[in-house]
Design a protein around this ligand. Structure first.
Ligand code: NAD
Length: 416
């Protein structure tokens, strides 16, 4: 059960519902996704055969506005994972005070085994299969694991052809040339770094060369966190891992050279001057800040007691299970939850959507300043509530998020 992200998401909702005395009817609504599509996607492969893939799109809530959430391509995609991720998106948008509900999508596939042509046909067929769910005022996808700006461009193009007009605001995370926003690619990692700086200030610690950081996952989120915390904020990155394994150097790892090594070799493993470690060892490193930035269910009741970091800042969605959370809290380890810490991506996606709707585009300084303002404000609201109610940051973030959605449902009322 611990491994099922949807069960985990329901437990987190239950904790918040109790804390805010949520009316049972609203709790009942929030346990369910509003709409889920399961689609079969027949694709002509390069060798002439036809293969059928399965795709999902789940919309958890539209109480506050159109639903918003990424699309992932992975062999591990399941319906329950997509449902959980769509629920987390609802909370994440609400914590950041964005006028969105939550959604998530995915295709069960291994993109590394697909040619570019196969990937494009799969993306276009998926878009067409769910076209009635999508739209700038209905549901706005974005990149997630193994999807990027090229995939978003194909979705935007397929949708635009389907509806007969170029529609920039139907997806975010697009290339700049077709309505993407400056700063979107780095937004999640940048936002997380601002949150790291703020929580450290609260703990009376200034980020600097004495601050040691370990990062699990060195993709879009993890590598940007590495570069901003390691270069701009001067911390010491002591350990990094990816799906192939990890590397460790107590004297510090250069995050930019590591990124170059990863781009050249496909993995962080084997980076000169480091010692190989496993992912389990990485999660147990003695460091100040641990940033899980890979996938769900990494810190569980089995390994939570091994964690030696003082602070966990969640880059990934759902990296810590509810059981692990309870153990970490007992051990005095502070967890900054995903729905706050990694919200920089959706915040800048929101800016992209606004720019697309107005066809008026901002420069990078404006994007980064607005991102900092939004995420720092959200952090302080969550932190202050946690102090006031004497609850964890996760519970406080959920209380704020669920409270905001509940208020929207309450005033909108139940139809019919
Ligand atoms: P990505 O595909 O760019 O990178 C994922 C990284 O995790 C890769 O380095 C991969 O090798 C590693 N990884 C995968 N499985 C692993 C495992 N079992 N153990 C260790 N490492 C593993 O993806 P991303 O966009 O960086 O997303 C990472 C996480 O952050 C996901 O949970 C995603 O949902 C979340 N997230 C991403 C964004 C965004 O803007 N990209 C926004 C919010 C949240």
């Amino acid at each position: 059960m611990e491994e099922n992200p949807y069960q985990n998401a329901l437990k987190q909702l239950e904790i918040a519902a109790k804390q805010i005395n949520l009316e049972p009817w609203i709790h009942e609504i929030l346990k369910h996704c509003m709409q889920i599509s399961v689609v079969s996607l027949p694709i002509k492969m390069d060798d002439g055969t036809v293969k059928v893939f399965t795709g999902y799109r789940a919309q958890h809530s539209t109480a506050l506005g159109p639903s918003k959430g990424g699309i992932r391509y992975s062999p591990d995609v399941t319906m329950d994972e997509i449902k959980a991720l769509s629920m987390w998106m609802t909370w994440k948008c609400a914590v950041a005070e964005l006028p969105y509900g939550g959604a998530k999508g995915g295709i069960v596939c291994d993109p590394k085994k697909l040619s570019r042509g196969e990937l494009e046909r799969l993306t276009r067929r998926y878009t067409y299969a769910i076209i009635n769910m999508l739209g700038p005022k209905k549901d706005v996808p974005a990149p997630d694991i193994n999807t990027d700006k090229q995939v978003m461009a194909w979705i935007m193009d397929s949708y635009s052809i389907g509806v007969g007009e170029t529609t920039l605001g139907v997806v975010t995370g697009k290339p700049i040339s077709i309505g993407g926003s400056q700063g979107r690619e780095c937004a999640t990692g940048r936002g997380l770094s601002y949150v790291a700086r703020e929580i450290c200030k609260k703990l009376g610690v200034a980020l600097g060369p004495e601050t040691t950081v370990a990062i699990q996952g060195y993709g879009n989120v993890g590598s940007v966190v590495g570069v901003i915390l390691g270069q701009e904020m001067g911390c010491k990155i002591v350990g990094v891992s990816d799906i192939m394994g990890g590397v460790y150097n107590p004297n510090g790892i250069d995050p930019l050279l590591l990124k170059k090594h990863k781009n050249e070799t496909g993995s962080v493993v084997g980076f000169p001057g480091t010692q190989d470690i496993t992912n389990e060892e990485l999660l147990a490193l003695d460091c100040d800040i641990l940033v899980p930035a890979a996938v769900e269910n990494q810190i569980t009741k089995k390994n939570a007691r091994n964690v030696r970091a003082k602070l966990i800042i969640e880059g990934a969605n759902g990296p810590t299970t509810t059981e692990a959370d309870a153990i970490l809290e007992k051990e005095g380890i502070i967890v900054v939850p995903d729905i706050l810490a990694n919200s920089g991506g959706v915040i800048v996606s929101y800016f992209e959507w606004v720019q697309d709707l107005y066809s008026y585009f901002w420069d990078i300084d404006r994007v980064n300043q607005e991102l900092e303002r939004h995420i720092v404000k959200a952090f302080h609201k969550v932190y202050n509530l946690a102090q006031e109610k004497d609850v964890s940051l996760r519970t406080a973030a959920y209380m704020l998020a669920v409270g905001r959605i509940a208020e929207a449902i309450r005033v909108r009322g139940l139809y019919p």
